[in-house]
Design a binder for this molecule. Structure first.
Ligand code: ASP
Ligand code: MG
Length: 421
């Protein structure tokens, strides 16, 4: 009796609980050259001393863009399957190089492709959705004490073809893996979090410490580049917190979570997108059938009215805009409708609590457009989002002005009340 107690109750005789794994994601600019890869390897080495680590990497620098350009030199209509095969090599190169650098530090490491990690997608090449993650290989490797380096952005379809999940998709790979293995997710880039505007063109922009997932989703949908919209949506759905930080370890961070512990003040942030095209659909009757067809066009911010429908198309968000455009046109034609695709425009948007009911936000957008002499070619509302479509060349000027009106730096008095309830 006493002996049995002695065996089971000696403090420390049970193995300590295993530390929670972490997924660290490094974007293209953080692995742009070998020096930067060495720095990432150092950071991974530090973390691996404390807990199991999965690292997700993007392709080095502008590799994806360059690969797309090379394909375009060979053909106007690249086969989507081959394009995905080509693009996935970018992430494959960076994952192998990083694994070599980590291994050279004496740390057990293995690199794995999305497909080896069990990332199963639909077969929509260039813009596939992750359907399921079967993380057995990743968990096995972590159990063996290895750091796992994963190439982001690519998965495998049920037809066993390599797919890619949309530009910027490595964030989504990271969140999907974190959800599958019960890890925290840290996303490293060249900014130390999410700002009230892109600090690259709005100098007064301030970092936001804690953000609700809904607000982050609104920001990503309206053009904030720090985090990929699909990744944020997935994190919200699976209750995963995301920490956005700067790759060199300097600065602060933004924590994005479903239920922020302290209710954050209503956020106000200004975003600006890459070129979008306003798409008008003529000859589309209203009613249930039209609504169903709209779904296949995969537009953003869709609006159906008795005279037709409209929405925005962001060609840069998939790796294969040419095929996407052809698909849209075919879908419309099959129903007797006609698509009219407008010239490139930028969306400048304000994300704020109940933005659509705040007169001062309308005023800030209108005033900024007037002062910049920027055309207003359309107006967009979404959950907590209000924005205008304008000339891409003037969009940053408008965004700066709107930010100055609505997101006042602490040392300057507010021009408008900052609370909209
Ligand atoms: N390399 C891919 C891209 O440039 C994916 C990513 O960076 O997340 O879109
Ligand atoms: Mg990227």
């Amino acid at each position: 009796m006493v002996e049995a107690l002695a065996v089971t109750d000696v403090p420390g005789s049970t193995p300590p609980p295993r530390p929670r794994p972490v997924v660290l994601k490094f974007g293209g600019s953080s692995v742009a050259d070998l020096d930067k890869i060495q720095k990432v390897a150092d950071r991974v080495a530090q973390r691996a001393a404390d807990q199991p680590v999965v690292v997700v990497v993007s392709a080095m620098g502008k590799t994806t863009r360059d690969l797309l350009a090379r394909a375009a030199e060979l053909t106007d209509a690249p086969t989507p399957r081959e394009l995905d095969m080509l693009l996935s090599t970018g992430e494959r190169a960076s994952m192998a190089l990083l694994a070599l650098a980590i291994g050279a530090r004496g740390i057990p490491v293995v690199s794995l492709t999305g497909s080896q990690c069990g990332i199963i997608t639909d077969h929509r090449h260039g813009n596939a959705r992750i359907l399921e993650v079967r993380p057995y290989r990743v968990l096995d490797e972590l159990d063996q004490g290895r750091v796992v380096v994963v190439g982001g952005f690519a998965g495998v379809s049920y037809r066993r073809d390599v797919t890619t999940i949309g530009r910027g998709g490595s964030d989504t790979t990271a969140v999907a893996l974190a959800a599958a293995i019960g890890a925290d997710c840290e996303i490293y880039s060249d900014v130390d979090g999410v700002y009230t505007a892109d600090p690259r063109y709005v100098r007064d922009a301030r970092r936001i410490d804690v953000l609700g997932a809904d607000d982050m989703l609104a920001l990503s949908r309206a053009g904030a580049k720090v985090l990929h919209a699909q990744a944020v949506a997935l994190a919200a759905e699976r209750g995963i917190a995301i920490y956005a930080r700067k790759a060199d370890g300097t600065g602060g961070q933004t924590e994005v979570r479903t239920n922020p512990a302290s209710p954050a003040p209503p956020i106000r942030a200004v975003t600006c997108t890459d070129p979008a095209h306003a798409v008008e659909i003529h000859g589309l009757a209203t009613g249930a059938a039209a609504l169903r067809r709209l779904a296949h066009l995969r537009l953003s911010f869709v609006h159906l009215s008795p005279t037709g429908a409209r929405g925005l198309w962001f060609p840069g968000r998939t790796s294969d805009p040419a095929t996407e455009r052809a698909d849209m046109e075919q879908t419309a034609a099959a129903t007797g409708a006609r698509l009219q695709i407008g010239p490139p425009r930028a969306l400048v948007a304000v994300v704020a609590t109940q933005a659509e009911q705040a007169p001062e936000i309308f005023e800030a957008l209108a005033g900024a457009a007037e002062r910049a002499e920027a055309p207003i070619d359309g107006f967009v509302t979404d959950t907590n989002t209000l924005g205008l479509l304008t000339d891409p060349g003037l969009a940053h000027v408008v965004a700066r002005d709107v930010h100055a009106s609505l997101v006042t730096p602490p040392d300057r008095p507010a021009r408008f009340p900052t609370h909209v309830d």
